[in-house]
Design a protein around this ligand. Structure first.
Ligand code: NI
Ligand code: MN
Length: 227
């Protein structure tokens, strides 16, 4: 079995591994780059990296329709539970063996107020070891931080990093992130959703190819990459 990652646009991702369907930051309604509908997308689990509207997105509606379990930091997991959803709370640095693999929450430098003003706790990224042993790091929204080196020491098959700038790392810092993470493959996200985060992913890919040995895969919204 290999893991398959789909980019739905912005920071919305789908991950299929070992027969499990995982949605990450499922922002479809109101997302100008969305390549899927919240009414049809499938999910067994929904990972939410932080409370911002472009990441919580349609999580509540999708979880109600699919009966998926929401996984996030404890504050967001409790919030999801209060919406009537199944949820599992973790915290930064903590890992848990879910049916789809061992998932650890990682540091993210960002904010996390929920759309209704609730405290979302700390924002996070995700480090997954699939049941087949593949290591996948989803940085989601974050600025550059030096402890990415520690994440890289885990030996990454795939890293997904933001390059949009303004709200997250821009192309320069995302290149520095790749140098610390040293993944076999990297996929850029969180750009070109709006003019404010317009970037040229192919120009960034060229820089990564010139300065690292990491393979860059630039997806269009709706496209997938299989490990
Ligand atoms: Ni955000
Ligand atoms: Mn965001």
């Amino acid at each position: 079995m290999t893991a398959k990652l789909t980019w739905y646009g912005h920071a919305a991702l789908g991950l299929e591994t070992d027969g499990h369907k995982i949605l990450v930051d499922p922002f479809f309604e109101g997302n100008p780059a969305a390549s899927a509908s919240p009414d049809s997308v499938e999910a067994d689990f929904i990972l939410i990296s932080h409370g911002h509207g472009d990441h919580v997105g349609d999580a509540v509606a999708i979880a109600k329709r699919t009966d998926a379990t929401v996984i996030s930091v404890n504050e967001i997991a409790v919030w999801a539970g209060n919406q009537g959803l199944k949820s599992h709370g973790q915290h930064l640095g903590g890992g848990y063996k879910h049916p789809f693999g061992y998932l650890k929450l990682t540091l993210a430098l960002h904010g996390s107020a929920l759309p209704d003003g609730s405290n979302g706790g700390n924002p996070c990224g995700f480090l997954l070891r699939t049941n087949d042993g593949e290591k996948i790091y989803l940085a989601q929204d974050t600025g550059l931080f030096g402890d990415m080196k520690l994440i890289g020491e885990e030996g990454l098959d795939l890293a997904v990093v933001p390059i949009g700038d303004n709200f997250t790392m821009g192309p320069d810092d995302a290149l520095r992130a790749v140098k610390m993470l040293q993944p076999k493959t990297v996929i850029p996200i969180h750009y070109n959703t709006w003019g404010l985060i317009a970037q040229d992913p192919d120009a960034w890919a060229e820089r990564v190819r010139n300065e690292t040995s990491t393979k860059v895969v630039v997806l269009k919204p709706g496209e997938s990459y299989s490990l």
